[in-house]
Design a protein around this ligand. Structure first.
Ligand code: PLP
Length: 368
């Protein structure tokens, strides 16, 4: 193939600037707005973890670590995965889930390869696939946002290398059903497609049980992080577990990409699984119930089973028009086009304090 005519590589010319960033800038310029666009928990990390971090710096954990992560943290993560019944051969400590996603796609795909991505999707997926030179192929999950093997099968070609699954889901809040997941895994294994399962919202599951794809098959790459569970988004720490031969290649890529992950974050994370997630989970469950009850009065909306997002349908199927209307009234949401080929829905994050959430939702209802 001829080289593209710009001064930049193919891997960058397909990347799309994130619309979420723009909303972030509006929020910074207008602190008085009710911001329902934020993609991270509204609680701070527990103080005992902050103290662990400070202690780690003082005790001298300030140097390179092994590329795969310090042995103590690898053990702590392995024990956690065992407790959840997740089957794996090996694991890698990564720079957030983003690091795990990037290393797995770089290890598995090349130019001309295709990666199946259920639509709506977390913004990074398509762009990471482009960074590898591969092509994202969307699987439409509207209107109930459940991924089905039947919808996936016709999209498989001889170039399909991987499928990225995210349950609980950002932006829809959906949790996929065990029976359907089994069918999807069977289809992927039959067609030699590697499943990458992004499970960063693991603790935030409400009416349903949390199912890791790693509980259903030992062939899955399970990507996770401490970002959402422990509110450590800024610490950039995560892990990927799965088949040893893939983890080995990911570790090699990581070595040359950024040598190792943050030493202080790794020491701190040794204590992370002693956090009791239940109070925050229950808090978010109440917010989920409140949002669903109120919004379903006027919007078409699916009840989220997990994460801290809800994805209602916009009036006249025009999410940008509704975003602009809401913004004029001082409420920030994210139009669906930032997560989808369609622009018919919008994302609300309910990880905000109750008063703001109630006020924001009432304003949105008043616009319909
Ligand atoms: N995966 C999903 C589904 C997310 O929503 C996010 C962040 O919003 C990430 C991954 C990124 O996680 P991390 O901060 O661990 O890189």
């Amino acid at each position: 193939m001829p080289r593209n005519q710009s001064r930049f590589a193919d891997r960058i010319i397909h990347l799309e600037p994130s619309g979420i960033r723009k909303v972030f800038e509006i929020a910074n310029a207008h602190p008085e707005y009710i911001n329902l666009s934020i993609g991270e928990p509204d609680f701070d990390i527990p103080s005992f973890l902050k103290e662990e971090g400070i202690r780690a710096i003082r005790e001298g954990y300030n140097r390179y670590t092994p590329t795969r992560g310090i042995p103590e943290l690898r053990q702590v993560v392995a024990d956690h995965l065992d407790r959840l019944g997740i089957q794996f051969e090996d694991l890698l400590i990564t720079a957030g889930a983003t690091g795990g996603l990037l290393m797995s796609i770089l290890a598995l795909t090349d130019r001309g390869d295709e990666v199946l991505v259920p639509d709506p999707y977390f913004v990074a997926y398509r762009n990471i696939v482009y960074m590898a030179g591969a092509k994202p192929v969307g699987i439409d999950t509207y209107p109930d946002f459940q991924l089905r093997a039947d919808a996936m099968e016709p999209l498989i070609t001889e170039n399909t290398r991987a499928l990225i699954i995210n349950s609980p889901n950002n932006p829809t809040g959906m949790v996929y059903r065990r029976s359907e997941l089994k069918k999807i895994i069977a289809l992927a294994e039959e067609r030699d497609i590697q499943i990458i399962s992004d499970e960063v919202y693991e603790p935030f599951v409400y009416s349903e049980e949390f199912i890791s794809l790693g509980q259903l098959s030992r062939h899955i790459l399970v990507v996770n992080s401490f970002s959402k569970s422990a509110a450590m988004t800024g610490w950039r720490l995560g892990y990927t577990s799965g088949p040893a031969e893939i983890i080995e290649k990911m570790a090699m890529l990581q070595q040359y990409a950024y040598a190792s992950t943050n030493s202080v974050a790794q020491r701190t994370a040794l204590k992370v699984f002693s956090i009791d997630y239940e109070p925050q989970r229950r808090r978010y469950e109440k917010k989920r119930d409140f949002c669903f009850d109120r919004l379903s009065k006027k919007f078409q909306v699916q009840k989220p089973g997990g994460s801290f997002y809800i994805f209602p349908r916009a009036p006249q199927d025009d999410a940008t028009a509704f975003f602009n209307l809401a913004r004029e009234k001082g409420v920030l949401i994210i139009p669906g086009k930032d997560f989808s080929k369609k622009n018919t829905h919008f994302r609300i994050s309910f990880a905000v304090d109750d008063k703001k959430l109630e006020r924001g939702i009432e304003i949105l209802l008043s616009l319909v």
